[in-house]
Design a binder for this molecule. Structure first.
Ligand code: SF4
Length: 390
């Protein structure tokens, strides 16, 4: 197997062996991170010979893009890992209702990394795009096993490496460049926000997530993202939050709360037995003190389970006086789990109770929903079946 060019040591060794000047190494790195290239043949600032040598020795992406599913405000990408698992990332676009109307869903098969589907640029009209967000996976499967989540039912296969996480972002940027070209000011469009809300619990894969964030925020040899443009979604892994404080990584936190009391939380999320609600809230308070970041609380709306008015009152009391934003997520029903989605009226009534008590609330819109990409509701039949059968 070829070496990964994303490991600085590999590139340095190659540079030594091939007597490359430091500026050449810098150029290679710029071609990857700044010029958003994922094929050596596209790196036109390098000589043909060097491109060929690099191609013979290195791979850029540590995962292989397999299928792309486009919808009105999402592009979902499934990748194969070298050990034959499937992971996914979702590019989320924030578009107006009017813009969405002319866009229809479409699936593209990526035949090879060197050949894009011919109709790739025809699906979406060329309109200005802003706030491009990438939802990345951090593990294959998830060990947390929340009762409402199909990803949890897959169990955990393994952590993703730093390079596998970074590769999702490299691919997304290249895809955006290929599809939408340059902005009016001739700069490249790129992902501006990263959310760790795909497969896996990022704070259980702390070291690789941390290393990937270091590259995301690096100005040279990285993606130059602001720390506040990165969100970690966690089921409430207290040691991970404490480590973020110690390591001074003030990214945004989204807490998968889903219940306002210990009893219901334990019922829905077994991890709550280990990391209790009391201790979790205290750790979050510590995090807010050092980061001054508003915390996003994800709350799933399951019929007759989490959507009762008294729970809204409890949730408001729990968050009273805290820097909080609640995101109500309508549950996505699926045949593997016997739970039902709350109806719209109930969700609105729940929201009203919170708002009357001074809590900021949004109801998650369709963004991510039609592609089943809402956090914790990740579901792709093909993947689920294959992993479950193993
Ligand atoms: S909801 Fe999130 S943390 Fe819970 S099992 Fe699913 S992916 Fe894991």
């Amino acid at each position: 197997m070829k070496q990964s060019i994303l490991n600085p040591n590999n590139l340095q060794t190659f540079a030594k062996e091939h007597k490359l000047q430091p500026f050449r190494v810098k150029q290679i790195i710029q071609e990857i991170y700044d010029n958003q290239n994922i094929r050596f043949e596209d790196m036109t600032t390098l000589s043909k010979d060097l491109r060929q040598q690099l191609d013979e020795n290195f791979e850029i992406l540590s995962i292989i893009p397999e299928t792309i599913l486009e919808s009105e405000d999402n592009i979902k990408i499934w990748f194969k890992t070298h050990d034959n698992f499937t992971i996914e990332a979702v590019i989320l676009f924030h578009r107006s209702k009017h813009e969405k109307e002319s866009i229809k869903s479409k699936v593209h098969k990526v035949e090879s990394q060197n050949k894009w589907p011919d109709d790739l640029t025809t699906l979406w009209p060329d309109r200005p795009l802003n706030r491009i967000t990438l939802c990345v996976s951090s593990q294959i499967g998830c060990p947390v096993n929340c009762v409402f989540c199909v990803t949890g039912k897959l169990g955990i296969k393994r952590d993703l490496t730093r390079n596998e996480i970074i590769s999702q972002l490299l691919f997304a940027n290249n895809f955006i460049k290929t599809k939408f070209g340059k902005k009016d000011d001739q700069t490249l469009r790129a992902v501006r926000n990263v959310v760790f809300m795909g497969m896996g619990e990022p704070l259980i894969n702390y070291q690789n997530v941390k290393k990937s964030i270091e590259i995301m925020i690096a100005q040279a040899g990285g993606f130059s993202l602001g720390k506040r443009h990165i969100t970690i979604s966690t089921a409430g892994i207290i040691p991970g939050i404490e480590q973020l404080i110690k390591d001074d990584i003030p990214v945004k936190l989204a807490i998968s709360l889903h219940a306002p009391n210990q009893k219901l939380r334990e019922e829905l999320m077994p991890i709550a037995k280990v990391y209790t609600l009391d201790k979790l809230m205290k750790t979050i308070d510590d995090y807010v003190k050092v980061s001054d970041n508003r915390i996003f609380y994800e709350y799933i709306m399951i019929k007759n389970k989490t959507d009762k008015p008294e729970l809204a009152t409890q949730l408001a009391d729990l968050l009273h006086g805290r820097l909080a934003h609640v995101n109500l997520i309508p549950y996505n029903m699926n045949p593997a789990i016997k739970l039902e989605e709350s109806d719209e009226r109930t969700i609105r009534a729940f929201k009203d109770i919170l708002e009357k008590k001074g809590i900021t609330v949004t109801i998650r819109d369709s963004l991510g929903r039609d592609l089943k990409s809402a956090c914790g509701q990740l579901w792709y039949e093909k993947i689920a079946n294959r992993h479950c059968e193993e």
